[in-house]
Design a protein around this ligand. Structure first.
Ligand SMILES: [Mg+2]
Length: 383
């Protein structure tokens, strides 16, 4: 075993070049759907998978799955188009140096962080396998053996939301996110009150409008729920619309969709302009920039989630590995779409929440074993 590892590991300043990159498309129907946010219902998602092969045969997997074309400035076909620009320029790049790979990606294509993230995650998976270390180890080392997860509750009638909230708390979840917006604010207020009446202080409540409220509507929501302890997440479209509301809100303010740039996030944390973040790994460009985000938030004492908008085992595993390295008091939880999916990419080790938490794999890389045959032929390959 040791000899095998010594053969795999790069020695001294040896490099390990990327030999090939394969990009796959895969459909993810939403079971128990539709998934309903303020922007409307979603019935299925289109995910993009990246398989990176090193010159010694080590493989790493990455994933990016925009939540439809309107959740963020990202869409599935856009991910694959951006990857077709990036991938040829990464053949021969040294996967033992993820920062250099990011600099190369940024030189090849401006923006498109969500596409770069799929390559970033695949590189960390491959590097972990190469060095026989978990991705969490590469990100600084895990500080928890398991990480808390949370549940998102669709925009739905108050009674139904309260019933699902009760089930989630019974299942072990201690953070519930109620989707709001896209209907009369009074209905959102009733739903949040019904949930609080059902689960009380047994869980932290978050109301997430996904940019779907007007400023007036957000104020009405917060005033109507002034006696209910909860967090308001991304009430309105646009960062300044949210920030200028904060002094008038009765609740802590988390920013999600509008936090998409490390410099802007440094301003928000440094000036204590927000109370927390709902953060998506692919929004910032992958695990490498998420380390900077994590450390900045810890320094400022600003809590955050480690999520992504959608995706299967690969993105979930990446979120868990990252979350395992976050100071526990600063980790607001890990959300995964896996509960809405009808299959695992890895039927044996695919992550699943149990009693409201995800166990953290200590196996090399992301800890997954993935058969590429399940995704059919790649959309394209470069080598
Ligand atoms: Mg959110």
């Amino acid at each position: 075993m040791l000899n095998q590892l010594q053969q795999l590991k790069p020695k001294g300043r040896d490099t390990m070049k990327i030999k090939a990159i394969h990009v796959y498309q895969h459909d993810l129907p939403i079971i128990g759907g539709p998934y309903v946010m303020s922007s409307g219902p979603l019935h299925a998602l289109d995910t993009t998978l990246v398989r990176v092969e090193a010159e010694n045969g080590v493989v790493g997997w990455g994933e990016t799955c925009p939540l439809g074309p309107t959740y963020a400035p990202a869409h599935a076909e856009g991910a694959r188009a951006a990857l077709s620009v990036l991938a040829p320029g990464l053949i021969g790049a040294d996967l033992t140096r993820p920062r250099q790979v990011h600099q190369t990606m940024n030189a090849l294509l401006s923006g498109h962080a969500y596409a770069k993230a799929a390559l970033d995650i695949a590189l960390f998976d491959a590097l972990g396998r190469l060095l026989d270390r978990s991705v969490a180890d590469l990100l600084g080392g895990q500080v928890q053996a398991s990480v808390p997860s949370y549940v998102a509750l669709n925009v739905a009638p108050a009674g139904e939301t309260a019933r699902l909230a009760t089930e989630a708390v019974k299942a072990g979840y201690r953070r519930l996110q109620l989707k709001v917006g896209g209907r009369d604010v009074v209905e959102d207020i009733d739903a949040a009150k019904a949930v609080f009446a059902a689960v009380g202080s047994e869980a932290t409540l978050v109301v997430d409008a996904n940019r779907g409220l007007s400023r007036e509507g957000a104020l009405q929501l917060s005033r109507g729920l002034a006696d209910v302890p909860l967090v308001i997440e991304q009430p309105c479209d646009g960062l300044e619309n949210c920030l200028t509301l904060r002094p008038m809100l009765h609740h802590p303010l988390y920013i999600d969709e509008s936090a998409d740039d490390l410099v802007q996030i440094a301003r928000l944390v440094g000036n204590r302009l927000v109370d927390g973040f709902g953060m998506k790994v692919t929004r910032l460009g992958g695990l490498q920039p998420m380390m900077a985000f994590r450390d900045l938030c810890e320094a400022g004492g600003v809590p955050h989630t480690c999520d992504d908008s959608w995706g299967g085992n690969i993105i979930t595993a990446a979120c868990i590995q990252l979350a395992a390295t976050v100071k526990p008091s600063n980790l607001a939880g890990v959300w995964s779409a896996q509960a809405y999916l009808d299959h695992h990419y890895d039927p044996v080790s695919g992550p699943e929440a149990r009693k409201g938490r995800f166990n953290v794999s200590t196996e090399p890389g992301l800890g997954l074993s993935i058969d590429p045959e399940q995704f059919g032929n790649p959309v394209f390959s470069v080598c």
